[in-house]
Design a protein around this ligand. Structure first.
Ligand code: NAP
Length: 282
């Protein structure tokens, strides 16, 4: 069985590289320097050469505020790139695993966590491009896996944990939004659930998050407590940051369906943040 990891230098791609190496799987990892997913001919040629049995697409344009200023770029990567990979997967009969986002929702749900069948309604350009990617997959392929993720953290610098720790090095007092609620989700757990789902032959769209939910402020407080950081956290509304992209108020997603399908209890976000911080200090 040959695996292809696309976006292998990103947070999630890198975690797949680590895990598949440990498991001694036969895999190839590529990132934009070797394969730009927006170039359809290159993508098709690459798949014809490599002939992967399973493709794990971790590549994405993930800069939520930049997507507002450059929506064409976000659409080209998150929708156009996904189409190219889907077409190449179809031609070479490669099973595709792809990742989407909680930002496909508008965050106004009041009666519980978002489930897979809830109505999508993105409120920013990044969310629009990720939703388009989902639609393209369901239009192009009959058999595939899509996992919607939220607030992904792991090795790397493009995540809230890294940024928050950096901020605390320069400021004693930090304002953090307490009206933006979702679920921090650890790359280690995403890889685990993805591989178990693949092994069990699942297909379709699932919400894949750690368990529980919190605000950005709650997340920051947990990190500060674990690391005993000398910082004074001030809960504020996200509106004070005046960021280019709107964020949903409440986009926490329910992981019940995938947990039951593969028969595991997905760790809480609190446990997984502790595990991640421990892994960094050892
Ligand atoms: N991060 C989050 O909080 C979050 C939340 C919800 C869903 N997700 C989804 O989870 C998945 C994994 O996210 P992540 O956090 O691991 O992302 P990431 O760290 O930003 O990694 C994405 C990788 O894709 C590469 N890439 C960008 N454009 C490309 C292109 N045209 N061709 C090939 N590669 C390209 C990036 O390269 P450069 O760095 O050089 O651009 C980067 O190495 C994505 O689908 C993302 O949308 C993430």
């Amino acid at each position: 069985m040959k695996y292809l990891i696309i976006g292998s230098k990103g947070q999630l791609g890198n975690e797949f590289v680590k895990r598949l190496s440990l498991l001694n799987y036969n895999f190839i990892g590529v990132d934009i320097d070797e394969l730009d997913i927006t170039r359809r001919d290159d993508v098709i040629k690459f798949f014809r050469n490599v002939k992967p049995d399973v493709t794990i697409n971790c590549a994405a344009f993930n800069l939520v505020d930049e997507a507002e200023e450059n929506p064409e770029k976000a659409m080209a990567v998150n929708a156009g790139g996904t189409l190219n990979i889907a077409l190449a997967s179809k031609e070479t009969k490669s099973f595709l695993i792809h990742y989407s986002s909680d930002y496909v929702f508008d965050g106004t749900k009041k009666d519980g966590l978002y489930i897979e069948s809830d109505k999508t309604n993105p409120i920013n350009k990044y969310g629009e491009s990720k939703l388009k990617g989902e639609e393209i997959l369901s239009d192009t392929l009959s058999d595939y896996l899509v996992f919607r993720l939220s607030w992904v953290f792991g090795e790397g610098t493009q995540n809230f944990i890294h940024k928050f720790i950096q901020w605390t090095k320069n400021s004693y007092e930090l304002k953090i939004a307490d009206d933006e609620i979702s679920i921090p989700t650890y790359t280690y757990d995403i890889v685990d659930v993805s591989l178990k789902s693949l092994a069990q032959g699942l297909s379709g769209l699932f919400h894949l998050t750690n368990s529980g939910y919190t605000s950005r402020y709650g997340w920051a407080k947990h990190i500060a407590d674990i690391l005993k950081l000398n910082v004074n956290l001030i809960p504020v509304s996200k509106e004070v940051f005046n960021l280019p992209a709107k964020r949903p108020d409440f986009s926490a997603m329910d992981n019940n369906i995938i947990s039951q399908e593969i028969g595991i209890v997905i760790p809480t976000w609190k446990e997984s943040v502790i595990n991640f911080l421990k892994s960094k200090s050892t």
